[in-house]
Design a protein around this ligand. Structure first.
Ligand code: PLP
Length: 332
């Protein structure tokens, strides 16, 4: 099957499984797992950060980061489309008692900093204390460039806000821009980096940032049930991914561009593609039948009026050609 539902569907490669099988392990809650420690150190170094902390999921990493930045009753400003606001079960509010202040994302995925300024609450007992600005890159497959990120972190610094970047797909952005992640993310207090998306690990996210912040996040991770024991088995997959699967993200971007081109030629309305996500229009009443048609042709997709198709490690150029043919034969 050609599975275009998400870049989370990748299976560990044979080489990755071998690295996992060979991993030296210890009890990470005691800080004893050498492979986890190595992953955290290497991730921190890549990002020019003081420290790293390994999490089972990106949702938990974002939540622990937000809780480390914000105390109960404090506020985070973020985008309406941000994963941390929209797709994490409201965890920051439910478990962190953090008030979200969502703002509309602009078409390019950024937040208008004048709107952010206007949303910062005055120091007055009526209001929550605005503490944090959280951004996301890539967001909906769109790359946010360094100029904007630099202006956002400078803005936040001037306003006394901390900054968090949900960089679940930050390597897609970095590869697309041809810029190392330490430059792209410079100035952020914390960055959450998924290893289980396009990088192809079976699970795991690293949070990188200041040592003092990550010390707090470590305590929160334990409270959230994210303290894992011989987690080196998973960290080994993450290390392998960081070493072998970053540069190849360019192939996913090429495949997404080919997929978009093929769909457009077949008559679909397709949004411009930046990284590994393609968005195509499908009439609402045709979604269910198209999904069936694709499945019969060996293509798994979530088909909605704005269908999102995601390329990844387990889909090659042949797979893309097959997917294009399946979409095209539905139309004709
Ligand atoms: C996938 C994702 C997450 C959360 O990752 P999980 O490991 O699925 O919990 C966070 N942010 C963004 C932008 C993501 O795409």
């Amino acid at each position: 099957m050609i599975d275009l539902r998400s870049d989370t569907v990748t299976r560990p490669t044979a080489a990755m499984r071998e690295a996992m099988a060979r991993a030296e392990v210890g009890d990470d809650v005691f800080g004893d797992d050498p492979t986890v420690n190595r992953l955290e150190a290497i991730a921190a170094e890549r990002f020019g950060a003081e420290a790293g902390l390994f999490f089972p999921s990106g949702t938990q990493s974002n939540l622990a980061a937000l809780m480390a930045h914000c105390a109960r009753g404090e506020e985070v400003i973020l985008g309406q489309d941000a994963h941390t606001y929209r797709y994490e079960g409201g965890g920051a509010a439910v478990l962190g008692s953090i008030q979200p202040q969502p703002l509309a994302n602009r078409a390019d995925g950024t937040l208008d900093l004048d709107m952010v300024a206007a949303a910062i609450k005055p120091d007055d007992s009526h209001f929550a204390v605005t503490r944090l600005l959280a951004l996301e890159n890539t967001i909906g497959g769109k790359v946010i460039g360094r100029d904007y990120l630099a202006s956002a972190v400078t803005f936040a610094w001037k306003k006394g806000l901390s900054t968090h970047l949900d960089g679940a797909r930050i390597f897609n952005a970095a590869v697309k821009l041809g810029m190392p992640v330490n430059l792209l993310c410079a100035g952020f207090d914390s960055v959450s980096v998924c290893l289980s998306k396009g990088l192809g690990a079976p699970a795991g996210t690293v949070l990188v940032g200041h040592k003092a912040l990550l010390d707090k996040a470590r305590r929160i991770r334990k409270m959230l049930g994210g303290g894992m024991r011989q987690a080196g088995i998973l960290a080994a997959a993450g290390l392998h991914a960081l070493e072998r699967h970053v540069d190849r993200l360019a192939e996913d971007h090429d495949n997404a561009a080919k997929l978009a081109e093929g769909l457009a030629s077949a008559g679909y309305e397709v949004e411009p593609v930046q990284t590994n996500m393609v968005f195509a229009r499908v009439p609402a009443e045709r979604c269910a039948v198209l999904k069936e048609h694709l499945a019969a042709a060996g293509v798994t997709a979530i088909v909605t009026p704005r269908t999102r198709l995601v390329t990844h490690l387990d889909v090659d150029a042949d797979g893309i050609a097959k997917a294009v043919a399946a979409f095209a034969s539905f139309r004709s």
